[in-house]
Design a protein around this ligand. Structure first.
Ligand code: ATP
Length: 927
């Protein structure tokens, strides 16, 4: 009952009314709801999510499989056969279409499900007040009446009215305008369209600056986002470049098949003097044999399975096409903190004018009580801080920025523990950590005075200081000499791989807190330095070594100090032996052409003290040079660089929602090594796609040859394969082994070769020629040998009649069956040959792809059915083969596979002997 009332109340709400009224209408308070009330409301309002329209889409999807252009071509072939009166062939082509459509449908559905399941790995979270405490909850659990805590980088998950603070929001998801809009609790607008009311924020938008608290008034389908029907509909899946490339090639081939099929009609009728009926059979055979209709769904599924596999390994890829791009990545631009390191920081050393204090050392810390500078340092570390230690949170977990957590913990060790409540009570203003300025300040009331407390990168803080604190609480002017000494100290600490922050403060005489950041952060007194250790991730060194083998450059782009970054990079093996470090200001002064030159001539670099804009410049410069780059980022300002990179990589744990939204790939473990794993998977998936394209195209020659032999025989040679047999071959045998090749394991040496150049297509001319003229010809020769052996053995001479009722008819039927079985045998050999590109099959194991073995087993069982079951014999014109005939076919797969094994062996031999033919990208990478 109460729930019904609240639903009705929500419907009649006016979000533009006074906050107090809105709170009353929503039966909430400025400190939010109780957890119990929120749970109750969730039952009544339902989860905060957008319902998808059109759940029953599959009839449309299925219909599409029958009407896509390649299927239409097959329909044309069926019509042609129908028109010529060959009803059985027409029906058989229809069976081909139906079976293919069913396969494609199942594969696409599976692909879609794999991609949709990704949403579960990137749950949206929201910060809310429940029972007066700040909590992180799943965004689907938000209810009207909740008070949201909105901070820079957060995605807003419900429509809400700001009750405190001010934020800048990017409304582009709703309005299409990408200009940020300022929204504040103080700007009340009434009688304006909701989207323009300057005190409202909306679901689907992101906060790019500022902070505030907002009262949720609409969730789920009641939000503005829910109202925009177009957005709530399913997003169309974009076609990846790989798919469109294959589609183009498939079309080209289908077109050639159609033109040759139709062109041969008059040639066969007037040139070879075939009856019209046979000529149509011939044309239909050519068409059906050549249309690569199974190719696209297999590719889509291979990419989708790749995406699913990547999720298991810690990388959520948001677009199918990213899988193929990953495979060609040749530069990884990574940040340091959290990606190369563990982001588990602790303050190891603090420095004041009184000297160094090792925090692990109990005596040193104990001596802090009588050191005024150390006490002041601890006070600033505790106050200029927003983290909450495990003891501050009811659930016993620490929350907040790891840098700040480390400082908070160190302050406690130095005898200055402070609860969040005390900290909040004293705080008058806060100037957030700004990654461009690289510092943060708070203005607090303390010891009956008003103080600015500042912490940040030494290069940012020291220039703002005019004095330096001494151990006895006195201060001295910060002379040039003192600045130099502090600088040396910073360098000495950074050289050990420590992340150094400078700590400063100022007592203010004014009655009101400073209005601007510049006003607060001036004339400071430097108190000291805090140096924290953040251990490198143990798996990174190996991952970097993999990159080097694979011709992938690793460039570190960090906000941290050059020496700290260099020390960490060196530990990870990046850039050895000559590591070039470029500082942020050096980069800012650097003209474009010099940056290009720098990137061209240095294999690995560190860009230190880098701003987000500099990241964008580096991404642009590398892309202009033709590199395919993966770039990490986690802040709001990193979004443009993440979008610009070929693969923007965001952090699932530590990054902001904005970065995650802009990225193509999200690492659920924040780990550099996962990027390398993803590249490896991308390479393998791309290789596998090539393998089954090769496999599918290798059929063409064996499929077309019997018809060519027949036509060119001018009536002397009977048709070596009936069209029905060809169709049976097409239906039963192509897809399963192709699918199995899509799951092939990585070939040895996958990460020992340079990245694929960006311009290289998935289907290369040489690959087609090899499929058609090498494997295809071997298979065709073998199957035709089988055909003629049986025929000749039965006493056939060219020109002898083989039609029904003639003495040779049974032998002829057995001979066509031999062609049919020979084709299947050749295909089995091709499948094994296609499993590797250059390695020997032995090196990956003959029986390591069980799906392929199952596929082949299925293929053979089907072949036995087609050959020995009387109904199929009747339908397809096959006849039972004798054991001797079957024995003749048994070596075929081994011949085909063996021939390719030999080719690969020769290839390896040539590679090992001659100097590796470098591709253009390699020249830069492998110096
Ligand atoms: P990376 O870019 O590799 O993640 P980073 O974390 O050091 O490295 P930023 O987060 O851009 O990069 O930080 C830049 C610098 O700003 C840091 O090196 C540190 O000196 C300072 N800094 C970082 N966090 C804070 C903070 N919460 N308050 C004040 N200063 C900070």
């Amino acid at each position: 009952m109460q729930g019904e009332q609240s639903v009705q109340a929500a419907a009649a709400l006016d979000p533009e009314e006074r906050v107090e009224l809105l709170l009353r209408d929503l039966r909430s308070t400025r400190t939010g709801l109780t957890a119990r009330e929120a749970a109750r409301r969730l039952v009544h309002y339902g989860p905060n999510m957008l319902r998808r329209r059109g759940g029953r889409r599959w009839p449309g999807e299925l219909a599409r499989q029958f009407t896509h252009p390649l299927a239409l071509l097959l329909w044309a072939a069926a019509l042609l056969a129908w028109w010529a009166g060959i009803i059985a062939v027409a029906l058989a082509v229809v069976v081909v279409i139906v079976v293919n459509a069913a396969f494609a449908f199942v594969q696409e559905m599976q692909a879609e499900r794999a991609v949709e399941a990704l949403a579960a790995y990137l749950p949206e979270r929201a910060k809310v007040l429940r029972d007066g405490q700040e909590l992180v909850v799943d965004a689907v659990d938000l209810v009207p009446g909740d008070v949201l805590v909105v901070e820079e980088g957060d995605r807003i998950s419900a429509d809400a009215r700001l009750i405190t603070g001010g934020v800048e929001v990017d409304l582009s998801a709703l309005t299409g305008e990408s200009m940020p809009a300022y929204r504040s609790a103080e700007l009340t607008d009434v009688h304006v369209p909701l989207l323009q009311a300057r005190d409202l924020v909306f679901s689907g938008t992101v906060c790019t600056e500022g902070e505030g608290r907002a009262l949720v008034f609409a969730t789920g389908m009641h939000t503005e986002l829910g109202r925009i029907a177009a957005l709530s509909e399913r997003v169309e899946r974009e076609v990846s470049p790989l798919e469109s490339q294959v589609r183009r090639v498939a079309w080209l081939i289908a077109l050639i098949a159609m033109v040759t099929g139709l062109a041969f009609l008059p040639i066969a009728v007037y040139g070879a003097k075939l009856p019209f009926h046979d000529a149509v059979v011939f044309a239909v055979g050519l068409l059906v044999g050549n249309v690569p209709e199974g190719l696209l769904p297999v590719i889509t599924l291979a990419l989708a399975l790749g995406v699913r596999e990547l999720v298991r390994r810690g990388a959520v890829v948001k677009r199918l096409s990213a899988v193929e791009t990953l495979g060609s990545a040749d530069v990884i631009c990574t940040d340091k903190t959290g990606t190369l390191t563990e982001n588990r920081m602790h303050v190891a050393i603090v420095w004041t004018t009184a000297g160094l204090h090792h925090l692990a050392d109990a005596d040193s810390a104990a001596g802090s009580a009588d050191n005024a500078a150390l006490a002041a340092l601890a006070a600033v570390m505790a106050r200029c801080n927003n983290a909450r230690s495990p003891t501050d949170n009811p659930d016993g977990t620490a929350t907040g920025d790891p840098t700040e957590l480390a400082l908070l913990e160190a302050a406690g060790r130095l005898g200055h523990a402070m609860s969040p409540a005390d900290r909040e009570r004293g705080r008058l203003r806060q100037f957030h950590f700004d990654p461009v300025l690289k510092l943060m300040s708070t203005v607090d009331e303390r010891d009956h005075g008003m103080w600015t407390h500042t912490k940040g990168a030494p290069e940012a803080v020291i220039p703002l200081c005019s004095r330096i604190q001494q151990g006895d609480a006195s201060t001295l002017p910060l002379t040039e000499d003192a600045r130099r000494q502090v600088g040396e100290q910073v360098d000495a600490l950074a050289r050990q791989g420590l992340r150094v922050l400078a700590i400063a403060q100022r007592r203010m005489d004014a009655a009101t807190p400073p209005a601007s950041r510049a006003e607060a952060e001036q004339d400071l007194t430097l108190i000291g330095l805090a140096a924290m250790a953040d251990p490198p991730r143990p798996e990174v060194a190996e991952a970097v070594a993999h990159c080097h083998h694979a011709g992938i450059r690793v460039i570190v782009v960090t906000g941290d100090h050059a020496l700290t970054a260099a020390a960490i990079a060196r530990q990870a093996g990046i850039g050895s032996p000559h590591l070039r470090v470029v500082n942020g200001d050096e980069l800012d002064r650097m003209p474009e052409d010099e940056l290009d030159r720098l990137l061209r001539h240095h294999r690995e670099l560190i860009f230190a003290r880098c701003s987000p804009e500099a990241k964008l410049r580096i991404a642009d410069a590398l892309r202009a040079e033709g590199h395919v780059i993966a770039m990490t980022g986690d802040g709001v300002n990193d979004a443009p660089a993440l979008r610009r990179a070929d693969i923007g990589v965001a952090m699932g744990r530590s990054g902001t929602d904005v970065a995650r939204e802009a990225a193509t790939m999200v690492l659920t473990d924040d780990n550099f090594a996962t990027i390398v794993t993803a590249v490896e998977a991308g390479r393998r998936i791309y290789d596998n796609i090539r393998k089954f394209i090769y496999y599918i195209f290798a059929h063409t020659t064996p499929e077309v040859t019997p018809f060519l032999v027949f036509a060119l025989g001018g009536g002397a040679i009977p048709l070596p394969l009936t069209v029905m047999q060809l169709l049976a071959f097409d239906v039963g045998t192509e897809t399963l082994p192709a699918l199995a090749l899509g799951r092939e394991r990585a070939e040895p040496g996958l990460m020992d070769r340079p990245p694929r150049p960006r311009s290289e297509g998935v289907i290369r001319g040489s690959m087609l020629l090899r499929a058609w003229l090498f494997l295809g010809v071997i298979c065709a020769v073998l199957q035709m040998a089988g055909f003629f052996t049986v025929l000749v053995h039965a006493g056939w001479h060219p020109g002898d009649p083989t039609g029904p009722g003639t003495p040779l008819h049974h032998a002829y039927q057995q001979a066509t069956t031999m062609t049919f079985l020979g084709m299947i045998a050749g295909q089995i050999g091709t499948a094994f040959a296609a499993r590797t590109d250059h390695a020997s099959l032995r090196s990956i194991g003959v029986f390591t792809n069980p799906l392929l073995l199952w596929g082949i087993g299925f293929e053979l069982a089907l072949a036995a059915l087609f050959i020995y079951a009387p109904p199929f014999q009747h339908l397809l014109g096959t006849a039972a083969l004798t054991p001797a005939m079957v024995a003749l076919v048994v070596p075929f797969p081994f011949v085909v596979w063996g021939a390719d094994e030999l080719r690969r062996w020769l290839l390896r031999l040539r590679r090992a002997r001659g100097p590796a033919k470098a591709n253009p990208g390699e020249a830069v990478v492998r110096r």
